[in-house]
Design a protein around this ligand. Structure first.
Ligand SMILES: C[S@@+](CC[C@H](N)C(=O)[O-])C[C@H]1O[C@@H](n2cnc3c(N)ncnc32)[C@H](O)[C@@H]1O
Length: 293
């Protein structure tokens, strides 16, 4: 954990400040615990990564299951995905405006739900190798593998990692200058809480920059009522759209640019797979979204 981020951790339950107790390497955290002063609650730090998710709740914790789910060996996947992101010229072009805003940010950046492709981080680092980014995911394996790849690459010195649920961030109020994500919101339950948490930890005028997809509401409305209600409750942006949802969570100066329109494939979304059983096709609009606290 880089020095810049070390003072920012709080208990997601009591909201009290957490203090590190453990080994260091070059002033970075290595192995130990972060805990409150009275030591009532403590969280492990493994190889510099604070862990706020119990391994039994971590969907990425079972290597064999992972291999089965992915249909391939997860070995080398992170490196391949990161390089693939940077080489995807057409996507890079579409995301250019958003990436530039992040790359020009000299303060602290948080990437939520970075996933196996690193979200927007590979593209931001490609423009500014000094960006100070805290990478977050629910899965420890993702973060640990990403850390191995980044250390091997030895090009980016200001990256840290934290395993937590983005709807209960163990981070101080008004501590980050920018939060970014690629496809994070559509993969997270509790988007209402995630947006509240984003608002809380951003500094005044801090920016939320993300790319995500919204499905065509008319097509969704031809689904059976129970499926529709479940989709709306899991993914409120499907019901409200991102502009209304961000407004509801107090964000201002919301700019939305549609960067791609296409059909959602069965193999990339459980909603699309379910919809196909009712012969409903779902078109999505991939949008680049910038909002301000
Ligand atoms: C499938 S990925 C989406 C794309 C990802 N940004 C990428 O570039 O690879 C979604 C990621 O969000 C993570 N995730 C899901 N719910 C989360 C939560 N509540 N907090 C943090 N991460 C979460 C998952 O573990 C997964 O790695």
């Amino acid at each position: 954990m880089l020095h810049n981020f070390q003072e920012l951790f709080i208990s997601p339950i009591t909201k009290n400040k957490l203090h590190y107790n453990g080994t260091h390497a070059n002033e970075k955290w290595l192995n130990g615990f972060i805990r409150e002063l009275d030591e009532a609650i403590e969280y492990k730090v493994v190889n510099g990564i604070p862990c706020f998710v119990d391994s039994k709740d971590d969907p990425w914790s079972d290597y064999d299951k992972l291999e089965e789910q992915l249909g391939m060996s997860p070995d080398g996947m992170i490196e391949k995905n990161w390089l693939g992101m940077v080489q995807n010229d057409s996507f890079v072009k579409k995301a250019q405006r958003l990436i530039s805003i992040s790359a020009e940010q000299e303060g602290l950046i948080l990437e939520i739900g970075c996933g196996p492709s690193g979200g927007l981080t590979p593209l931001v680092l490609n423009k500014n190798s000094n960006s100070k980014i805290l990478l977050n995911d629910y899965g420890f394996w993702i973060l640990s593998e990403t850390q191995n790849f980044i250390e091997k690459t030895n090009k980016w010195k200001n990256i840290s990692y934290a395993q937590f649920d983005a709807s209960k961030m163990p981070l101080c109020d008004t501590s980050f200058d920018l939060i970014q994500s690629l496809g994070g919101f559509s993969n997270m339950k509790n988007s209402h809480q995630v947006l509240d948490e984003c608002y809380r930890i951003l500094k005044p005028k801090g920016k939320l920059c993300f790319i995500d997809a919204v499905a065509n509401k008319n097509q969704l409305e031809s689904l059976p009522e129970d499926i529709l209600q479940r989709a709306f409750s899991d993914m409120p942006f499907l019901e409200f759209g991102f502009k209304k949802l961000l407004n509801l969570h107090q964000f201002k100066n919301i700019q939305i640019e549609i960067i791609e329109k296409r059909q959602l494939q069965k193999d990339e979304s459980s909603l699309a797979a379910e919809a196909s059983k009712y012969n409903v096709e779902i078109d999505i609009e991939l949008s680049s979204i910038i909002a301000e606290k």
